[in-house]
Design a protein around this ligand. Structure first.
Ligand code: ADP
Ligand code: TPP
Ligand code: MG
Ligand code: MG
Ligand code: MG
Length: 328
């Protein structure tokens, strides 16, 4: 099997059959023309036991919560408001009704935060591992396209929160399992892995501000998501290590470890994007009023589509698009 991204490219239809389809495969979510006022945002993500979680890394509540969070995160990366969700679950015989109830409680807890309704789904048995697939439907003001291909030379690269913690938490969970008495610092990383929160409010601020933004949520690691922006926009991105937002917990680890988790870990579900310098100043002003953060982490220039990393007193280095890639 070729790598995940090449495979998706190979099955992407060459043309749209429906005139109302604004954006199909290729971004965080599809966009479909809705009313005069708003377009529909639609996306789907799956979590598989053994690939995205094990019973040692996540309690059933975490599994439901995180699966919905990952989907809402793709709506956030389009600047959308999540509104409805559908759930498909394939259940092995070994899972109890009580555990399944906890998965749904996890989803419902997050859905309550965003006032989302569960509107359907599908239930099947399986001889394999538990599989949970969620489709989220949301909306965004019509004409808003916060797409990966929107980056332009001269833009600032920004992030809306820390990255690397979720991968750190996973490493701890794989080593000790979730019943281990973790230190407070370790608990911060474990929580980032088990209960990540999507950055909907940051995406909304960008959509409402009506500025050109390239945007991507960080599911596969900063290097991979930044490379997607570089490749789809045909620009060069340079990230500055010292500016990349790192939690206090992450900073307690050696720099090499921080780099591995932050650049190549994934599952952070904060946003990375680019916009013009003058718009960025305006956004930072607006963000202050609502307690959101937009952190400048680098710049966009004309050049071969790639991502470079600048560290103090070291030669600039090209980042490889490593990160989480199913099949490779
Ligand atoms: N099996 C598939 N069939 C059709 N489209 C797919 C498939 N897998 C992924 N896609 C589409 O490919 C794009 C990239 O997917 P993915 O890397 O999973 O995005 P994300 O990391 O934002 O969830 C998305 O537009 C997604 O809808
Ligand atoms: C037991 C276990 N092993 C490994 C991982 C790491 N992991 C699994 S999937 C993934 C990337 C995100 O999932 P994906 O299905 O690629 O989501 P998408 O990019 O479609 O949002 C990562 C970092 C994990 N979460 N749990
Ligand atoms: Mg995404
Ligand atoms: Mg996906
Ligand atoms: Mg992925």
């Amino acid at each position: 099997m070729r790598d995940e991204f090449a495979w998706i490219a190979s099955i992407t239809p060459k043309e749209h059959r429906q005139a109302s389809l604004l954006e199909g495969i290729g971004d965080d979510a599809a966009l479909v023309k809705g009313s005069e006022e708003e377009d529909q945002v639609v996306c789907l993500d799956t979590m598989v036991e053994g690939v995205h979680f094990t019973t040692d890394t996540m309690a059933p509540f975490h599994i439901g919560h995180k699966a919905l969070a990952a989907n809402i995160s793709d709506v956030a990366a389009m600047g959308g408001i999540p509104r409805y969700y559908l759930v498909s679950i394939a259940v092995p015989a070994s899972w109890s009704e009580e555990a399944l109830g906890e998965i749904y409680k996890g989803m419902d807890t997050l859905a309550e935060t965003y006032k989302m309704d569960l509107i359907g789904g599908d239930t099947v048995s399986t001889k394999g591992p538990l599989v949970l697939s969620i489709t989220v439907i949301g909306s965004v003001e019509s004409g808003k396209k916060l797409l990966r291909r929107n980056a332009r030379p001269g833009d600032v690269v920004f992030m809306t929160g820390c990255a690397g913690d979720a991968a750190g938490g996973l490493a701890l969970l794989l080593e000790h399992t979730r019943n281990h008495p973790f230190t407070l610092t370790e608990q911060a990383l474990v929580q980032a892995h088990q209960l990540p929160l999507p950055n909907v409010e940051a995406g909304r601020l960008l959509a409402e501000a009506n500025v050109r933004v390239a945007l991507n949520d960080i599911s596969d690691g900063v290097a991979s998501e930044a490379t997607e922006i570089a490749e789809s926009s045909g620009v060069k991105l340079t990230l500055v290590w010292d500016k990349l937002p790192k939690s206090i917990a992450l900073q307690s680890y050696p720099q090499e470890q921080q780099e591995q988790w932050l650049l190549y870990g994934g599952e952070d579900y904060t946003l990375i994007g680019t916009m013009a310098q003058e718009d960025f100043s305006l956004i930072q002003q607006k963000a202050k009023d609502c307690n959101l953060s937009f952190i400048a982490v680098g710049k966009v220039e004309a050049g071969a589509p790639a991502v470079w990393l600048e560290r103090s007193q070291q030669p600039i280095e090209a980042l490889h698009k490593a990160g989480y890639n199913h099949f490779s």
